[in-house]
Design a protein around this ligand. Structure first.
Ligand code: FAD
Length: 311
């Protein structure tokens, strides 16, 4: 019995989260297949076949799978499920949208956001915004799992020679349809894949003041993130949000500016390798997780830091 990884991609490139999910899958079983579903996604399938450890790439290519609507994609996965004991997807917006429907159709309990594979039926997952780790054992005959991508190394993109085979893409369920998408245009790295993240909070005071962070981020080649308070106040779009109900990031360097360090924010960034905090309140909880802290007014410290870095 092998493991099926549902690939996250954009019909052109395989997302890094897929590579991390392959690593989790290989920790469960040595035989890992990947499902590439989409439209015009043959290039992605070819790339998936070269990922180290991938035995077989199954491709469902059809117009109704173009935008990965869960209503159309879940039945394709269920149709393949007889061949697998584990179905894995990244715990990203993609996987969180898709896998609950797969679990419901199979009438099993989903295991969400795993960070450790202990064995084929036992997994560790953070609960209470990361304040506790639950070890969960599943007796379901088929395990539907989402994987926290930042908790696993990415599988090597080269070195594999999996077979590529088409599978039945099913039919359009007619239950939902793609209307529109509004993507944030940015030349900066994607938040969850960036090596450096500069994040701003309510302390910035306005969307305009986020320009200060943009200059710092551009100097460091960083992505920009934000606290929920900054997003709720309309300073930045909500896809910037880091935290329990936002994105989980684990960059080499995370710079939290004007962010107090609420547990819901920490849940999204405390896995970062080095954390720097800039806050005028020396008692702000962010300093409890920070490796380096600057106590002072961000409107003075951030331009000074940017100038020194440009140096
Ligand atoms: P504040 O807590 O208001 O902190 C602002 C900080 O800026 C303060 O520490 C202040 O000292 C500092 N500051 C102000 N002015 C300056 C200055 N001039 N110079 C330097 N420092 C300054 N939050 C998230 O971030 N992500 C989530 O995913 C998330 N999910 C949530 C889910 C639930 C169910 C709930 C209940 C809450 C969630 N929250 C989340 C909200 C969270 O509880 C906090 O309210 C939020 O993180 C606070 O954002 P903040 O740190 O920007 O704002």
């Amino acid at each position: 019995m092998s493991v099926l990884v549902i690939a996250e991609h954009d019909n052109g490139q395989l997302a890094p989260s897929t590579l991390a999910t392959v690593t989790a899958a290989l920790a469960i079983d040595g035989t890992v297949d990947v499902l590439v579903a989409g439209h015009g996604c043959s290039a992605v399938a070819e790339r998936a076949a070269t990922v180290a450890g991938v035995a077989r790439v199954r491709v469902a290519d059809a117009p109704h799978l173009d935008h990965w609507l869960a209503e159309n994609l879940a039945p394709v996965i269920v149709g393949l499920s007889d061949d697998y004991q584990h179905l894995l997807a990244p715990a990203s917006t993609f996987g969180k949208n898709l896998m609950p429907r797969v679990a419901a159709l199979l009438d099993v309990q989903q295991i969400s956001d795993i960070t450790v594979v202990e064995s084929a039926d036992t997994f560790v997952r953070p609960i209470y915004a990361g304040n506790a780790l639950a070890t969960v054992q599943s007796t379901d005959s088929i395990k539907v799992i989402t994987v926290r991508p930042t908790a696993f190394d990415k599988a090597a993109a080269e070195g594999g020679s999996g077979a590529v085979e088409p599978v039945d893409p099913g039919a359009d369920s007619g239950r939902s349809r793609f209307v529109d998408q509004q993507l944030t245009e940015s030349s900066r790295p994607e938040l969850t894949a960036a090596g450096v993240v500069v994040s701003g909070g309510r302390g910035l005071g306005s969307g305009e003041n986020f320009r200060l962070l943009e200059e710092l981020a551009d100097t460091l080649g960083a992505a920009i993130g934000a606290s929920r308070a900054a997003v709720d106040a309309g300073y930045v779009p909500n896809d910037y949000q880091v935290g329990q109900t936002g994105k989980v990031v684990a960059p080499d360097l995370y710079i939290a500016i004007g962010i107090s360090g609420a547990i819901q924010h920490l849940a999204g960034m405390e896995g970062s390798k080095v954390i720097v905090a800039i806050n005028k309140d020396e008692d702000a909880p962010i300093f409890e997780v920070a490796d380096y802290g600057l106590v002072g007014d961000l409107f003075e410290l951030v331009p000074e830091l940017t100038q020194k870095l440009k140096g």
